[in-house]
Ligand binder design. Sequence first.
Ligand code: C5P
Length: 298
Amino acid sequence: MSVTVRVPAKVNVQLAVGAARPDGFHDLANVFLAVGLYDEVTVTPADELRITCEGPDAHQVPLDRTNLAARAALVLADRYGLDPAVHLHIAKDIPVAGGMAGGSADGAGALLACDALWGTHASREELLDICAELGSDVPFSLVGGAALGTGRGEKLRTLDVGGTFHWVFAMADRGLSTPAVFREFDRLGEGTDIPEPVASEPLLDALAKGDPDALAAAVSNDLQPAALSLFPQLADTLAAGRAAGAMTGLVSGSGPTTAFLARDAESAEKVAAGLRASGTCRDVRRTSGPAPGATVIG
Ligand code: C5P
């Protein structure tokens, strides 16, 4: 008996970041869009908790209890007084340390898979509560679609999306640490007045209407200067994607994956080809959003 859950990656179409709070986190206005790159988490009863991972980036994935998939199993087992003796296998397609919530996806996936395997039938509310405990982006990985995250990103309001948006993602040859990017954001902002993060109404309208031109004009990422400061070569990738016909390009979340919006599937293929030929990235993937959240598939 085993359970497999499929979980999407995300891109932040808006990431407004406030000043550091006393707890070190930052208040956000974080507009998440789930996109069709997926990890699959399979959970099987075992003698003890263990994790394996397959995929091109598998060697970069921690296989100990710091992995969010393991932490999800431990938290759920603890709440229900169960033994967390399971084998968690992650088939990883989302880039590691890429700014696309791959680790969060595995946390949400393992949680849903263990809930189904153990028959704990936790309510949606309880699952979301555990997700928020695991990390700021984990609730969104469970929910998928599009949502506005406030607080540290974990308080979600589902958003309407009136169409399909076509994206091209350029993967970098190394990862960036999210805490390091937030620290760089703090450093770059030292001595300046950092406004309260607010969701952009034109951006929410563009999503609701499914209008790529309006979305391209409205996307923003306050972490982009920090990611570029730590990883200056990303500027070349952004320029290459725009030169290849992308409507806009931005760093995805804390990076270093860069995200390019294309008008349609055909144009996305051209952008992808241009990026591949540019030699400014390790890999290029074409997909669309919104995508559904964590789903039991077997
Ligand atoms: O919540 P999560 O564990 O994913 O956050 C990872 C790190 O990113 C935090 O330790 C913090 O440094 C930074 N972060 C932040 N403000 C947020 C979310 C994350 O400063 N809203």
